[in-house]
Write a new protein. Structure first.
Length: 281
């Protein structure tokens, strides 16, 4: 099955047209889509007439579904995380982040679909963590290659509880998902490229560093990933699906609206990230 790939920037992102995600898709086409994801990191499928069952079924073609570790209050099937907002400022999606890095095996990818949009605004920006790593000086690259960071659910979950998006018990969730260690720089398991793997929502400290040094380096990296040359911005409509590679991108939901916006996210299981350093046991 042929489809059209139109790159959106020189760094990342491609619009995909000429394929119906609700139809039967053969294995060679799925392999081509996967290769396009590896090449472009973020795929935007336009002109889709999808329902939730199509969304889930398409995600399953790329691996097992990773159910939301902490579901929101907003309903939906167990495979779907429903993000329902009308004042998103300070709720977490408006910070550069990758999904669920506080788990031992974060998703390999997330598939996003907006069901309800504000009359204006509500875009999402995506950034390449390959580009972010490549733009560091060799000195900082060599330092980061050797480091391991701690990722923790507490910050993001506390915010969700405070804003009424979750009724989860914080103590129970943190017991189920204790802090985990991931390399600061990971090696992508399919491309072999290096990518920064720290984000402001989940990464709390760097192992083996005094707190002041850890805080200083993390602040620098959190700011560094925001550079516009690493980014593509996607304007949503209700007939689009976005497939992002969670291993080498971060995303930012622009909080420029005050009307209701509803997004469904389905995640695909990934592997434990590996880097230049060995994973801690």
């Amino acid at each position: 099955m042929d489809f059209d790939i139109q790159p959106m920037t020189a760094t990342l992102g491609a619009e995909i047209r000429g394929i119906d995600l609700t139809a039967e898709i053969d294995d060679p086409t799925i392999a081509s889509i996967r290769q396009a994801l590896l090449d472009h990191l973020v795929l935007v499928f336009r002109d889709q007439e999808m329902e939730t069952e199509h969304h889930i079924a398409f995600a399953k073609r790329f691996g097992e579904i990773k159910r939301p570790p902490v579901a929101t209050n907003h309903g939906g099937p167990p495979e779907v995380n429903v993000i329902d907002q009308d004042d998103p400022r300070g709720e977490g999606a408006d910070a550069w982040h990758a999904d669920n890095t506080y788990t031992m095996q974060p998703p390999m990818g997330s598939l996003l679909r907006v069901l309800k949009l504000p009359s204006v605004g509500g875009d999402t920006s995506f950034a390449s963590m390959y580009a972010a790593y490549d733009a560091l000086s060799p000195t900082i690259q060599n330092l980061c290659d050797q480091l391991v960071a701690v990722h923790d659910v507490t910050r993001s979950l506390s915010r969700a509880i405070d804003r009424g998006h979750s009724t989860a018990n914080l103590a129970e969730v943190t017991a189920a998902f204790p802090p985990v260690e991931h390399p600061v720089v990971i090696v992508h398991p399919e491309t072999g490229r290096r990518a920064l793997f720290v984000n402001v929502n989940s990464t709390v400290r760097i192992q083996g560093m005094p707190p002041a040094e850890s805080d200083m380096l993390l602040r620098y990296l959190f700011e560094h990933v925001k550079a516009q040359e690493f980014q593509v911005r996607v304007r949503w409509d209700t007939r689009s699906l976005v497939f992002l590679d969670n291993r080498c991108t971060q995303h930012y939901a622009v909080p420029d609206y005050r009307e209701r916006r509803v997004l469904h996210r389905v995640a695909v299981e990934g592997e434990r990230p590996v880097g230049i350093v060995k994973n801690a046991s």
